[in-house]
Design a protein around this ligand. Structure first.
Ligand code: AR6
Length: 173
């Protein structure tokens, strides 16, 4: 697991994860950036999927992206933390990794799902991201590489601290 600061659409990995909405028909944030970079064929492929429930994920091709696959997952909208947000967010990471594996993706890049427009507080969302991915990688041989893509400095710092804490005290998560 590594942290990269930048634009997920520029990464050369087998699969990138999109923080989508339930319609899968595009939106703002990272979703908008991925659709712009992949081209209109991505939207056409998404239309045929008929949407995706919160906490689940769907696979498409990457079209004009360097990544071969896009895994669209629908994170929870933050309400008060007692509406199942944590379970839904954990499920996004687990379902995305399972789809990546089915597709044979050896490297996967995740944005900080739900922490933008959907308002999930960054620190707890980051804990869920790193702990869920770590647990998955411990029991599966693939993917071999997971990159957390931070779009801004603060997000990168929080991710780096969370990974460093895992290294210091692996039993905690
Ligand atoms: N590369 C990497 N990360 C990015 C990029 C990028 N190009 N652009 C934004 N981020 P958000 P959400 C970061 O709002 O909270 C859409 O309209 C961003 O800074 O993209 O899950 C969908 O259609 C933040 O850290 O996703 C949904 O309606 C993180 O990606 C809704 O937004 C997630 O922010 C989903 O909201």
């Amino acid at each position: 697991m590594t942290v990269v600061e930048g634009d997920i659409t520029r990464l050369t990995v087998d699969a990138i994860v999109n923080a989508a909405n339930g319609s899968l028909l595009g939106g703002g944030g990272v979703d908008g950036a991925i659709h712009r970079a992949a081209g209109p064929e991505l939207l056409a492929e998404c239309r045929a999927l008929g949407g995706c429930p919160t906490g689940e994920a769907r696979l498409t091709r990457g079209h004009k992206l360097a990544a071969k696959w896009v895994i669209h997952t629908v994170g929870p909208v933050w309400r008060d933390g007692r509406a199942g947000e944590a379970e839904a967010l954990e499920s996004c990471y687990r379902r995305s990794l399972a789809l990546a594996r089915e597709a044979g993706a050896r490297s996967v890049a995740f944005p900080a799902i739900s922490t933008g427009i959907y308002g999930y507080p960054l620190e707890p969302a980051t804990q869920i991201a790193v702990a869920t991915v770590k647990a998955d990688l411990e029991v599966h041989a693939q993917p071999e590489r997971v990159v957390f893509v931070a779009f801004d400095r603060r997000t990168a710092t929080v991710y780096r601290q969370a990974l460093a804490a895992l290294d210091r005290d692996p039993a905690k998560t």
